[in-house]
Ligand binder design. Structure first.
Ligand code: NFS
Ligand code: SF4
Length: 627
């Protein structure tokens, strides 16, 4: 067993960039070089352009903007706006999923695949389930889900899933999120010219908006995706560009919303379509994925993962991509012009993400079947336009076992439970491993790639370091894909673990890095933390568990960071969220918020030190518990 190294990833990329040069393609590597060094004002968060008297930039000579706002107000407002962007984005994805559930019909295309989970949520929300048709119930629960976005009074329904202590903190600190849309809107109101410039107020609202995402919109996205498409269970798949097949029509799904990718997978598997592909000279159809939508279909269908965020252009550079089909978020506008250098069709599908140089096939829940069929057909018919001299798929992939929803983790660990001691169907077996020290703790590795960090290195190096120290990893988003590409989700990766974690991997038959899904699925991690706390009688903040986003780049990632911290979990970042310009804001985020929510951020660009800090924090928590 051998991991694929980042050097090998880079050599493959180099080769693809050479193809790119032949056809005059641009690439992020060149654009990043032209954008460096970045604007210092922007980097420190000290530039304000929220009113037309500005832009104002804070310097020693000009310590206040024209309105008199100081640097802390400006940095804080920028941070809050950044959070609101992320919370809106995740939550709107969740809203789309609620809407898809609202459109579910027994005759399809969207069906209820996990009625048990639907019943569970209905009961949790106080909906009468007795004698109700499952689709009537789905529509009723979906309507309630949609109502969470604009509820007039009260806070988010899902907050009740948190331990009592956590709920009390949220109430006490006035950060329990109300209607999801209200928190986003309130954040934009507070950060408007002439509203809040008090650091505490801005950071408090940042936590609240984050919580409306993690315990609101994202959780809705995860839960109702499970109801519609099935709750993930362990499943085998593969990762990295080598999953594309030269003889086949290659369709790559990219974005986030499984409503689209599920349908594409469904139709690509249709015998009629496969026959059509053969008629057009291909051997078959291969669907693979990029970014979070890839995580969604990998977790539920075993669809292979072509790559993560900074690998999206590589997919087109293989010259073997007939169509890259996107929905929303994290899609490089570069894919338009890039696809023009090849035969690739760049297909946008959402009114929310429209781009130049794309074919726009509007995707609707009501007409999803026809839309998906049209897209698959378009890809098949494009096979003949390939330029064989440009085709090169790097021969590089790794096996991965994915699909570790909370339900799957609990079930898997039941397998290792000593039935005399452990209660089945709880997190107690995992807690026992942690208490006994066989596993020292857990790190939630999440988030993107960012050219500011050598792509994938931080994810992979940190994971290697953690598992060698008997710290189990739960991963999501592009971090999970980095792990899968390297081979860390191959069960054989147990060889890289310390003796304790290796033993657990063997007994439970799991890889040391557990794929929990897409970024909205970080809500799964919140539920896992909540369950661990309830089952152990501890507070979430006492658990030897931390979160880490070493290569993050998006607004969504900051929203996530805020709700992870606000849930009581220390969070470690490898990229600064544009707050270095204000010592007050930086102090609040890295220390101050601990007085409110029992957790805080650590920002450390040196990845080795970041890893040491995480291990130290986990050991500190163990010592405090006397374990
Ligand atoms: Ni997350 Fe998913 Fe990846 Fe970052 Fe983008 S795909 S929602 S934001 S880049 S991890
Ligand atoms: Fe300048 Fe104040 Fe306007 Fe910002 S709000 S641009 S600091 S005048």
């Amino acid at each position: 067993f051998k991991l694929t190294t980042v050097e090998e990833f880079e050599a493959a990329t180099e080769k693809l960039l050479e193809t790119g040069k032949k056809v005059g393609a641009d690439a992020w590597q060149y654009r990043a070089a032209k954008q460096t060094p970045h604007c210092k004002f922007g980097e420190q968060g000290v530039c304000c352009r929220i009113c037309a008297m500005g832009p104002c930039r804070i310097t020693p000579k000009a310590p206040r903007g024209i309105c008199g706002c100081d640097v802390h107000g400006i940095v804080g407002r920028n941070y809050l706006k950044f959070t609101a962007g992320g919370a809106a984005t995740h939550s709107d994805h969740g809203r789309e999923i609620c809407h898809t559930l609202y459109c579910a019909k027994p005759e399809g295309p969207y069906k209820v695949k996990d009625p048990e989970k639907l019943l569970r949520i209905a009961k949790e929300w106080g909906v009468e389930t007795e004698g109700k048709d499952i689709y009537d119930l789905a529509h009723e629960v979906a309507y309630l889900g949609l109502s969470e976005y604009g509820k007039v009074f009260g806070t988010q329904n899902f907050l009740k899933r948190a331990p009592q202590h956590t709920q009390e903190i949220w109430e006490r600190e006035e950060i329990a999120p109300r209607a999801i849309d209200r928190e986003v809107s309130c954040s934009l109101h507070m950060s408007h010219m002439g509203c809040s410039s008090l650091p505490e107020a801005l950071i408090r609202q940042s936590l609240r908006a984050g919580l409306s995402d993690g315990w609101g919109g994202s959780m809705a996205g995860t839960e109702f995706s499970d109801v519609l498409f099935g709750t993930p269970k362990p499943i085998e798949t593969e990762a990295n560009l080598g999953v594309m097949v030269a003889e086949n029509v290659n369709i790559v799904v990219h974005g986030h919303d499984p409503s689209l990718s599920e349908m594409i997978c469904e139709y690509a598997d249709d015998p009629e379509m496969i026959a059509y592909a053969k008629e057009m000279g291909a051997k078959g159809i291969t669907v693979s994925g990029v970014c979070c939508t890839s995580n969604e279909v990998a977790m539920r269908r075993g669809i292979p993962m072509a790559g993560n965020f900074l690998q999206q252009e590589n997919v087109v550079l293989t010259g073997a991509c007939e169509a890259i089909v996107v929905d929303v978020q994290c899609i490089f506008p570069a894919l338009g012009p890039l696809s023009k250098c090849f035969h690739t069709k760049f297909v946008t599908t959402s009114p929310i993400a429209q781009m130049p140089d794309a074919e726009y096939i509007r995707f609707n829940a009501e007409t999803a079947g026809e839309n998906a069929k049209a897209i698959v057909k378009m890809a098949i018919e494009n096979f003949k336009n390939r330029k064989p001299e440009l085709v090169h798929i790097p021969d590089m992939k790794q096996k991965a076992t994915v699909g570790y929803s909370v339900e799957a983790i609990v079930k898997t660990l039941d397998g290792v439970a000593n039935s005399q001691v452990d209660e089945m169907g709880t997190t107690k077996p995992l807690l026992e491993c942690i208490t006994s020290g066989v596993i020292r703790g857990a790190v939630a590795m999440v988030g993107c790639n960012n050219p500011k960090v050598r792509p994938d290195t931080a994810h992979i190096e940190l994971m290697k370091k953690m598992i060698a120290n008997d710290i189990i990893i739960i991963a999501s988003g592009c971090s999970a894909q980095a792990a899968a590409k390297a081979g860390l989700m191959d069960k054989e990766a147990k060889e890289l673990c310390g003796a304790g974690l290796k033993r657990v991997c063997e007994l439970a038959d799991i890889p040391p890095v557990l794929h929990m899904g897409s970024c909205v699925d970080i809500s799964r991690m919140m539920i896992l933390a909540a369950e661990l706390a309830k089952d152990s009688g501890l507070n979430i903040s006492q658990l030897p568990v931390v979160g880490c986003a070493p290569e993050w780049m998006s607004e969504k990632a900051v929203s996530i960071g805020n709700y992870v911290v606000a849930t009581g979990i220390d969070t470690f970042l490898g990229v600064d969220p544009y707050v270095s310009g204000s010592d007050q804001i930086a102090q609040l985020l890295t220390e101050g918020v601990r007085d409110w929510v029992e957790a805080a951020y650590t920002v450390e660009k040196d990845i080795d030190k970041l890893g040491d800090a995480m291990i130290a924090r986990i050991e500190e928590k163990r010592t405090a518990l006397g374990i």
